[in-house]
Design a protein. Sequence first.
Length: 482
Amino acid sequence: MSGETAVLEVDKPSLIPTISNGSRSEDLSNGSTSFEGSVIASPSIESFSTLPDQEDLEFNLDAEAGDLQVRVDNPQKHLDTLETYVSFRICSRVNMASRIEYKESEYIVRRRYNDFVWLRQKLVESFPTHLVPPLPGKHTLLAQLDRYSKSFVMARMAMLHRFLTRVVAHPVLSYNTSLYVFLTAKPSEFLLHRKSGPGILGRMTDSLQNLTTTYMVRQHSPEFDSVRDYAITLGEKLGQFEKVGRRLFKERQAYEAELNQFQQIFTLWATSEPELSPLLKAIASAVERNTEAQQKALLDTFSPNFEQPLKEYLLYVDAVKEALQRRDAVQIEYELAVDELNKKRNEKEQLVNSEGGGPSSAFNLWKNPAEARDEKIEKLSQLIPNLVRQAEANQDKMQCANENLRSDLERWHAEKKKDIRGLLLTMASQQIQFYEEVLASWEQVIPEVKCVGQPAVPNATAEGTSSVHVTRQSTKLHIPSL
């Protein structure tokens, strides 16, 4: 099996994996049949660390870390009768003094990607006017055959970890009941929650989304319009940045292949040129060190330190646009309520000012026009107060939506500034590291270059040979007098 395979495959469905005595009963990281009887197998957690330096990652429950912390790690490939999928272990640690709804201080569960999708949908249904962090997208059709590779699984796992970390750090989303079920429920219990219908909140969210496709906001908010314009511009800039970075990555890969050929040429050349052999070998070694430096500093770090964060923020920009669209739906709902109220008020005013039965009197063949008009006025008089209350309730709802989204956008701007600054600083540090190693490699070649063409010392003593050797190692030293 290739080293790129994310998890081991199991061919015998009757096998029951065993759990080591040192693991918790809830921790099914080395084997499990909890997912609908599917059989799984995966290497140890050290082989699939979610985050860099995971050994140093600890749950320190302090004021800065928060009272609820999570970690996504240890992927496992499940071989089921109908499908094959990957699940991830979720470790949670809770400060029970401030989170009284949790009955234990630690939880370990396993969830698959579709479970994360369910969680986000529930969060959007419960908090349509909040900014819900994004999930990594589904694999593309071209990536279908590569979805169990180590690189794909590790990239998805890292983004799922960031999604869940942002959710538990949110002052509102972290108290959602669906999140509690997601972090604590056993497989059978969680399956029951997943199979339950969308509920009234889900239907309300769907109706709000349908409003934005049918109606347009009449009174645009300059504040949120500027946010929408900023999100569009930011998405375009980040998209261009990611494309240029991807193009540079491919060029560096091609450059590395050329460097490997370059190093081989100098190595073979050194075998046929005895006089130039030290210089040619030094150049070959420098080229080899440069290749290794580029691989370590620029190529290996491209995906985790550049590509993944940029893709995540492109998804985050889309999440901001979705939140703005849901806020617009709340405003449209308020505007429609006001329109209906004004329509009924105008209709009542026309009936009151008219002498006859109004436009509808022709259809009341068995009633006196005056009586029909009075009856219509009476119905409108009873309906208008309800419409007033509905309009006021929708106005309060719109104001709450504005405040919720405003606070989330403020938090997002601060988080975005910190993350993008860290991304650029990391990129600059990697470039500096690479070119420092390149400079050091070529500086080691300079002494050999300076020695080319110098006459050899005949019958050199051991002391003289040693003196010449020292001179080659450092161009700043003077040749001592013999």
